[in-house]
Design a binder for this molecule. Sequence first.
Ligand SMILES: [Zn+2]
Length: 440
Amino acid sequence: MRARLLAGAALALALGVSTAYAQDAQAPASTAVVVGEPAQAPPEAAPVAATPDGVSPDAAAPPVVAAPPPAPPPRSRPRPAENTDEGGLWGVSDRAEQDAQQSGQLERDPVLNAYIRDIACRVSGPYCGDIRLYVMNRPFFNASMAPNGYMEVWSGLLLRVEDEAQLAFVLGHETGHYAENHSIETMRTARARANAALILSIGLGAVGGGIIGDLIYLGTIASVFGFSREKEMEADMIGYDHAVRAGYDPTAGTKLWNNLITEGRASENPDVRRREARASVFASHPLSADRVEALRDRAATATGGGETNRERYRAAIRPFLDPWLRAELRRRDYGQTVIVLERLAAHNEDLGVIEYYRGEINRIRRGEGDRERAIQHYTNAIAQPDAPAASWRELGEYAARDNRNAEAAAYFTTYLERAPGATDRTLVEARIAQLTGGGQ
Ligand SMILES: [Zn+2]
């Protein structure tokens, strides 16, 4: 048991210190000690199908079939000896990576992976060959790069960055921590001052599981192992310099941090709202005002503009909006999700999906006026070409509850037409029969 707790603490350390933007997060799935070979890199992803800027996402362009990608550059760092503290940090990073490979939340789509990896490579300086990317469908703003090169990017982050330039800044920041060995430095500092009770409590949090375990775990990590403000600023500057050198918009980082601050103010959690300079109360890396200011000052010295590649970014994440927003709802912080949806709707794109999820917020929340708002949003959704089929099902439910039986049956019928593989088909067919069979 003791070994298990300590393993949890070690894993917490590896993940905690390398997580630049844990807005909230989940405890690692496993704390089992497995001594083994380093985790294998994921299979090489296929080349990204480029979507030229300015092309309407609805225009059905044939997929671009590119030549096989060149072999990635070699790793820049040798594996440290196992009996060193750095070797230990690599070991726990390897185990976390194995968990990621087996996770049901892993997004394996090769086009998405190649696209994000390409951006990471452009802003990582000489470390492109070190990166092994894992995109996870987890609804929190989080990216991390472990000392062994294992990088995670979460859907909660991808929903919140507005364009490629903002993503480039975050990934540049992350590889900046990696380049400067911030994890190992922070681990050595933490070890020098950490008290054993706190480290053990992290192990307990990790072992406890569930959302309460996660929160204890994150809160403790934040108080013990967060990167210093100096390291965060340093990573910001590296991220900025690398992104601007790669041709991206110099104001991207400032915009992104300001957006997160705005979202924090909209939270339904009073603790998050009160600390408005933080993305969340659980952030192990507070977004201090001087950090944002330093980035703004740096951007003020920029001599020219840069690319945002907004349309291309949106085209890359478009196929994932529905499942990622579904996961986002599980956070149950609708104040923040409303802001996320507002930002996604800023260019009047994907309004079917966005209006559906606005409807979902109101349907689930059940506050005063929410019922009417839900119906309005679903009604808006079905006027759009990209409305999820479930929009018709929800409208059918509301109509049935109001005894508008013919209308309800029509909505349910459309739902089944649009979702031929619906898992609730039998149930919905029975509802239709009941609604149209003469019985009330
Ligand atoms: Zn950071």
